[in-house]
Design a protein around this ligand. Structure first.
Ligand code: M6R
Length: 589
């Protein structure tokens, strides 16, 4: 979703803002723009399309202070007029989020004589700030009023005509950090934008940040406050491609090492994994791939711990009747920790029950607001299509169960521990398989089907999402037993059917379903656990997953599907790290 950058320092701001915007590209956008002070006057440039289009219209200017934005359209089409920054009166502003009551605010501001050029909620916010703040002395108290007026979510970076020395920043529900460096000070939506200059940053939280050339000040309730400096502890390489052609491929290749580090860390610090056996019922709430990881988690929790576990889409859960009880647990799973629907579900759950966040981004909203948190420690995940975070989310569920097995089934826990030690090397083997032939076969098709039962169905859901989001091949997943209830009518000569077979208890049933599709001409790719016997007429191509215990095999099975999706998209020549219409972090509902 939208990305914000701001710089105030000794260097020329234009190249720094452009570079910052490029490092936020992965968030997804369809237009971009910058605004800066030069000779105490504001200049604004904005353009539809890639940042390269914006670069074409820039001029060279002497400037050390400015703000920039990549826009992912929500209100109004992606065009130059709707692109940010927006200037109204004395206020120039960029915004990430959605102002839900912008209609009412616009009506009031129109009555006061304001006029609007764009269709955006952001221009309304700029007019509102202009209406509230007329002098430099009133800036902090005026900005503090926004909290009670605006509904929805926002992160703003603001320049005032009458204060050419400072940038102002505030947020509610949308991410924004500030950072000090030796060349000047920054505002950014995310850490990769500042990593070239510094690893230290501050969270703005509820405060208003004032970014001067050599200092960052924070105000809460009109008083200056002190904030703790945080340090980004991951390798800077985790925010760059490090020699790989795409972030997605790099992130898949990081999985063995990350899994290794994760296991070493948490096996030595098991007290950081909360015990879940005391809960009567567990809810797991998430979106997208995190939802798929949750389905896998719930299946395993029910199987091994006998705790009823319900998985909910955050975008549904927050609006439907809930039956939460005070001795239930709600687990929120999110890579970014900033997904709007998951945050709303967390806040709702907290009214009644205990919450546990499974999160990647340190200090993100879900990490901070959940009563307990497990960090998956995946480092920066830049590619829109999640890979390493998904794998570590599944591993986290495995670890939650492992911790209980130590008490209830020591024998099994030994077996799992033994297999944890093999995990990273097995992932590496799966990464090194030659997928070329299969990729060529799948790339030719417009429709692909994924099937599986129980846990294999949930894994197939993730495989299918990976493929469709970056290759644009239409792909559907069916619980294999459902094929006969309608979908099988779609199978034609050579339609690819990708089947996941890892669950020993049910795979034979899935084999019957595969045969039904083969009988209708389907091309069958089977991804199966090594130990499962299947006849050679069930598949045209076969990928085998090493046979480890259930609690480790679940981590392995998705890897070939991540790679298939990657190589198919590569074969088709698509922009793998930035698929159309998608954003890395979905900060609006
Ligand atoms: O940051 P989150 O884990 O909360 O994001 C949830 C989904 O938007 C995300 O998993 C999405 O489905 C993936 N980018 C798909 O690869």
């Amino acid at each position: 979703m939208c990305g914000i950058i701001g710089y105030n320092g000794k260097e020329n701001a234009i190249p720094i803002l452009i570079e910052g915007l490029k490092s936020l590209e992965y968030r997804g956008y369809d237009s971009s723009g910058i605004a800066y002070f030069t000779n105490n006057k504001i200049k604004i440039f904005k353009e539809q399309g890639r940042i390269e289009e914006l670069e074409k219209i820039l001029v060279s200017d002497d400037t050390n202070i400015g703000i920039g934005h990549t826009r992912w359209a929500t209100h109004g089409r992606p065009n130059n007029i709707n692109a940010h920054p927006h200037k109204v009166g004395n206020v120039t502003l960029v915004h990430n989020g959605i102002i839900e009551n912008y209609h009412e605010l616009k009506e009031e501001l129109l009555k006061k004589g304001y006029t609007f050029k764009s269709e955006t909620d952001t221009e309304v916010a700029a007019a509102l700030v202009d209406d509230l703040i007329k002098t430099k002395e009133n800036i902090i108290s005026g900005l503090a009023k926004l909290k009670n007026i605006l509904k929805g979510s926002y992160a703003f970076a603001i320049l005032f005509d009458f204060d050419p020395d400072n940038i102002y920043a505030l947020r509610y529900g949308s991410p924004l950090i500030v950072a000090e460096s030796s060349i000047g000070n920054f505002i950014a939506s995310d850490i990769p934008a500042i990593l070239k200059y510094t690893k230290n940053y501050y969270l703005i939280d509820d405060s208003i940040a004032v970014i001067t050339k050599d200092k960052i000040k924070f105000y809460l309730n009109n008083q200056e406050i002190h904030k703790e400096k945080l340090t980004f502890n991951h390798d800077i390489m985790s925010a760059t491609k490090g020699g790989y052609s795409h972030f997605m491929l790099k992130e898949i290749n990081e999985e063995p090492e990350l899994v290794d580090k994760y296991l070493k860390y948490y096996l030595n610090n098991l007290e950081l994994i909360p015990s879940i056996s005391k809960y009567k019922k567990i809810y797991i709430v998430a979106c997208g791939s995190a939802y798929h990881a949750s389905l896998i988690g719930s299946y395993l929790i029910e199987k091994y711990l006998n705790i009823e576990t319900k998985v909910e889409l955050a975008s549904e859960f927050r609006y439907k009747k809930n039956f939460l009880k005070k001795d239930d647990l709600v687990i929120l799973v999110s890579q970014s920790g900033e997904t709007a629907d998951t945050i709303a579900s967390l806040r709702l759950a907290k009214e009644t029950t205990k919450t546990l966040g499974i999160v990647n981004v340190v200090g993100s909203t879900i990490a901070r607001e959940s009563q307990e948190v497990i960090y998956i420690n995946a480092g920066c995940e830049i590619a829109v299509a999640t890979t390493k975070a998904f794998t570590l989310q599944v591993l986290t569920f495995s670890m939650l169960i492992y911790k209980e097995l130590l008490k209830i089934d020591p024998e099994l826990s030994k077996e799992v521990l033994n297999d944890y030690n093999k995990l990273s090397q097995e992932i590496r083997k799966l990464i090194n398989i030659d997928y070329k032939d299969i990729v060529n076969k799948i790339s030719k098709h417009k429709d692909v089907f994924f099937i599986g039962r129980l846990i294999d169905y949930y894994l197939a859901l993730e495989g299918s999402l990976k493929l469709k989001e970056i290759s644009y091949i239409h792909s559907e997943t069916y619980a294999a037993g459902e094929l006969k209830h309608g979908t099988i009518s779609l199978i034609e000569e050579n339609t690819p059917v990708i089947s996941v077979l890892t669950d020993k208890s049910i795979y034979e049933k899935t084999i019957s379903n595969i045969k039904e599709t083969k009988a209708r001409g389907a091309y069958s790719l089977v991804i199966k656990r090594e130990c499962l016997n299947i006849a050679s007429d069930v598949y045209d191509d076969l990928i085998e997953i090493p046979d480890l215990s259930d609690l480790t095999t679940c981590v392995l099975s998705v890897i070939p599907m991540q790679l298939l999706a990657y190589y198919v998209a590569l074969n088709l020549g698509y922009d793998i790290d930035k698929p159309r219409n998608l954003a890395k972090s979905v900060t609006v509902e």
